[in-house]
Ligand binder design. Structure first.
Ligand code: SF4
Ligand code: SF4
Length: 288
């Protein structure tokens, strides 16, 4: 089972929920897909066992063979290569390394060179398996690195994906293909606005979802009403608690010291499983 933990905006407590849920499950795998700002390791403190460099192949043009036919620019979906005034221009920051330009060049004038975009580290944290990607500073191309860390999903294990915040490509790349998405929000007009966008995004990629409301004892009732009207299950509501903030500021998992919250995570995990079960049942009954 792959559970993505996402949010429409940063600062909602998404990583806190992801890390503590994994800690509660115990033998889960945590994959931090927030490759621009990975921070799940600060809570989980994994022992890193393996480190690999992530490179993207980018095209290099041999001008002596090039006839400036423009085919490479035509096949590039990302406007990363085109011909201008008898010169082929390549924009490595836009290149997704798909290899189409090299494949379709009629003169075999293109070869690939590797460009490093980040690193992937994996290891263990207690009984948890841990993976995160770290994108190089200034590097705009996070989706290929997210795809690569997701390739390290261990089959048969419960996997928690800590998604980047927001609703753009990195979040879509993370949540895509998950069995379930937990959207973490706060009960404020800002939280509601971003939750609305996140729900749209997750529904578009057809992943079942539920909501966790953080700091539920402050703010207003807008998020609850929205979830009710949209038929979205509220999986867990968390009060604002100074002690949770203190654990966070020390980089400690709240479940290690605030044992009374274990019930909250038990309920969260049970509700996710129940939602998945009912979705599968509905899908099967439609097939029958
Ligand atoms: S497809 Fe090949 S030959 Fe044509 S412009 Fe591009 S690099 Fe040059
Ligand atoms: S490798 Fe793909 S993305 Fe990069 S320039 Fe060539 S066609 Fe475009």
């Amino acid at each position: 089972m792959v559970i993505a933990v996402a949010s429409g905006k940063g600062g909602t407590g998404k990583t806190t929920i992801a890390a503590n849920l994994a800690y509660f499950i115990r033998d889960a795998q945590v994959i931090d897909c927030d490759v621009e700002e990975p921070n799940a390791h600060l809570f989980l403190k994994p022992e890193i066992i393996k480190r690999e460099t992530m490179c993207l192949p980018i095209p290099v043009v041999d001008e002596s063979k090039c006839t400036h036919c423009g085919k490479c620019g035509e096949v590039c979906e990302f406007s990363a290569i085109f011909v201008i005034k008898n010169k082929v221009m390549v924009f490595p920051e836009l290149c997704h390394g798909c290899g189409a330009c090299e494949y379709f060049c009629p003169e075999k004038a293109i070869r690939e060179e590797k460009r490093e975009i980040g690193i992937i580290e994996s290891g263990t944290a207690g009984g948890l398996s841990f993976v995160h990607g770290i994108l190089n500073i200034g590097e705009p191309m996070s989706p290929p690195l997210i795809r690569r860390v997701k390739e390290l999903i261990e089959p048969g294990r419960t996997v928690i994906l800590d998604s980047p915040p927001g609703t753009s490509c990195p979040a879509v790349e993370t949540v895509k293909g998950a069995d379930f998405c937990v959207l973490v929000t706060e009960p404020t007009p800002f939280g509601l606005n971003d939750l609305n966008l996140a729900v749209e995004m997750v529904r578009k990629i057809r992943v079942p979802l539920g909501v966790v409301i953080n700091s539920c004892n402050i703010g207003d009732s807008g998020v609850n009403e929205y979830c009710k009207n949209e038929g979205i299950p509220v999986l867990m509501s968390f009060p604002w608690d100074r002690r949770i903030a203190e654990q966070y500021s020390m980089g400690t998992l709240m479940l290690k010291n605030l044992r009374e919250y274990i019930e909250h995570y038990a309920t969260l995990f049970d509700k996710i499983k129940a939602e998945l079960y009912s979705k599968n049942e509905t899908a099967h009954s439609h097939k029958r």
